[in-house]
Write a protein that binds this ligand. Structure first.
Ligand code: AMP
Ligand code: ZN
Length: 476
């Protein structure tokens, strides 16, 4: 089965066929950097990171672009409140974004363009739209002319009358029709502005994505993604702008993908409800791998509910995966024996069957929930083999480790050596206590050895004495 994606343009699952064989151009709307990003924003960053990894795993050369919106009303207000420049605010929160995204295992984009560094491209895009007859200048503002664009509403599937009903003209706007939207806004006192053919001003909300997508990926791209709230008006407007600018008749985007919303305790997250959680705060409370595991435990298009219980479950899932990996490593050092009589051919065939299932799950609109289910089937197979066989051949260990590593290179929920390194200090301390306990037992100081066991138990570490030595693991 080849990769199938649910395309919001057609509201159907479609076989993915890239424009250029072997290559994928992929644009994802990034954060507005006026604050720390919240746990809802983390969802698109994580799920589309997994799609990017999957495409690469399948042999595509992916160019992944995710922008930073570093100029808009929110940026201007926050900078004013904080008494700093918009640029200082942006620099600060881009650095904070990178910190949290790195902690969540979200790979950096190939290009992370900032709106303010693309003003000439934005102006050029607006000029093309005007030249093609789809925008007009009004007293220093430039507006997209919706009535000139019959396709408007085709992504969000609403007709102009319905959209018209929900639209209004804000004070100070000089547009002909309530649905027309600003491509360029004339300068207001005290706001950052740039020179343009229409006088000093700044870009409207949507134009940066059209300009930067075209610059780095071309006028017709494979995939464009974001949260479902961006479908209208942001993506509808992007499509209108890009297609009006290119004038080629080709669609801006071939596959539009939108993730469902993250809810907190079944409610929409909002500052006024007091259930607002930044990724930074979540990272202080929960391990990064657990947050990632949680995000991938639902299909990306469905809503997902963030609750303490769901995070505890995710943390237990991660522990189970990591314990399997460390049991495997420990056994590889202590229980390898090529003459063990283990049926390696059958084991290989079982793993291959699971590999096919994993591939099918990921190819089915990157169903990470199903793929994680397969990962747990692999863990079950490994654990059962370790339990039932005292000795195992070297190939068992190579195959098992390769399977875990392969799946984790896509999902990123077991953790690389980096994640392990985080625990290094703690691990060293545990190893030290285990050593001390072994010495206490040798000296028949059972009071001390029991005390050490209890101390570790209180930290959630359980010990298991095996003929090969003492093993430890985190309690589920
Ligand atoms: P913003 O910085 O508001 O433009 O949001 C960045 C990304 O997060 C966009 O793709 C939004 O659609 C997405 N997003 C915002 N809130 C949520 C949420 N509660 N659940 C899932 N995605 C969200
Ligand atoms: Zn965008």
């Amino acid at each position: 089965m080849s990769l199938v994606l649910f395309n919001d343009l057609t509201r159907k699952k479609e076989t993915f066929t890239p424009i250029k064989p072997g290559h994928v151009s992929f644009y994802s709307c990034g954060p507005t950097v006026y604050d720390y990003f919240h746990i809802g924003n983390a969802r698109p960053f994580i799920v589309f990171d997994v799609l990017r990894r999957w495409l690469e795993h399948e042999g595509y050369q992916v160019t992944f672009v995710q922008n930073f919106t570093d100029i808009d009303d929110k940026m201007i207000h926050r900078a004013r409140n904080d008494g700093i420049t918009v640029k200082e605010l942006a620099d600060r929160f881009i650095a904070e974004y990178n910190k949290d995204a790195d902690a969540l295992g979200i790979r950096r984009p190939d290009v992370a363009p900032k709106a303010t560094e693309h003003i000439p491209e934005i102006i050029h895009t607006i000029e093309r739209i005007i030249a093609n007859g789809h925008a007009y200048v009004s007293d220093g503002d430039v507006y997209f002319d919706i009535k000139s664009w019959p396709k408007y509403g085709s992504l969000c599937r609403q007709n102009l009358e319905d959209l018209e009903a929900g639209a209004r003209v804000e004070p100070g706007e000089k547009k002909h029709d309530p649905l027309d939207f600003a491509l360029w806004k004339a300068e207001k006192p005290g706001e950052p502005s740039w020179e343009s053919p229409w006088g000093k001003g700044r870009p409207g909300w949507h134009i940066e994505c059209s300009a930067m997508s075209s610059k780095y990926l071309g006028d017709n791209i494979d995939i464009h993604s974001g949260g479902v709230d961006l479908m209208f008006p942001h993506h509808e407007n992007e499509a209108a702008q890009s297609e009006a600018a290119s004038g080629s008749g080709k669609p801006f985007v071939n596959y539009w993908l939108h993730n469902g919303f993250l809810l907190i305790d079944s409610e929409k997250m909002s500052k006024s409800l007091g259930n607002f959680l930044t990724a930074r705060a979540a990272l202080e409370k929960y391990p990064p791998l657990a947050l990632r595991f949680f995000m991938l435990s639902a299909h990306y298009r469905n809503p997902i509910n963030f609750t303490p219980e769901s995070l505890e479950q995710a943390a237990a899932g991660v522990t189970r995966l990591r314990n399997c990996k460390s049991d495997l490593d420990f056994a590889a050092h202590t229980r390898t024996d090529d003459s063990s009589g283990f049926d390696t051919a059958k084991y290989r065939a079982d793993l291959q069957e699971l590999h096919a299932k994993f591939t099918d799950a990921m190819n089915d609109d990157f169903n990470t929930a199903a793929a994680m289910g397969v990962l747990f089937d692999v863990v079950y197979l490994i654990n059962t083999s370790l339990k039932e066989h005292e000795k195992l051949p070297a190939e068992f260990f190579t195959l098992s480790k390769a399977a875990l590593d392969e799946y984790d290179s896509i999902l990123g929920v077991i953790g690389s050596d980096d994640a392990e390194a985080e625990h290094d200090d703690e691990s060293a301390e545990i190893e030290h206590l285990i050593q001390e306990r072994a010495e206490a037992r040798k000296a028949k100081n059972f009071a001390r050895s029991d005390e050490i066991r209890d101390t570790l138990k209180a930290k959630g570490i359980v010990l298991e004495d095996t003929p090969q030595g003492t093993k430890w693991k985190r309690e589920l």
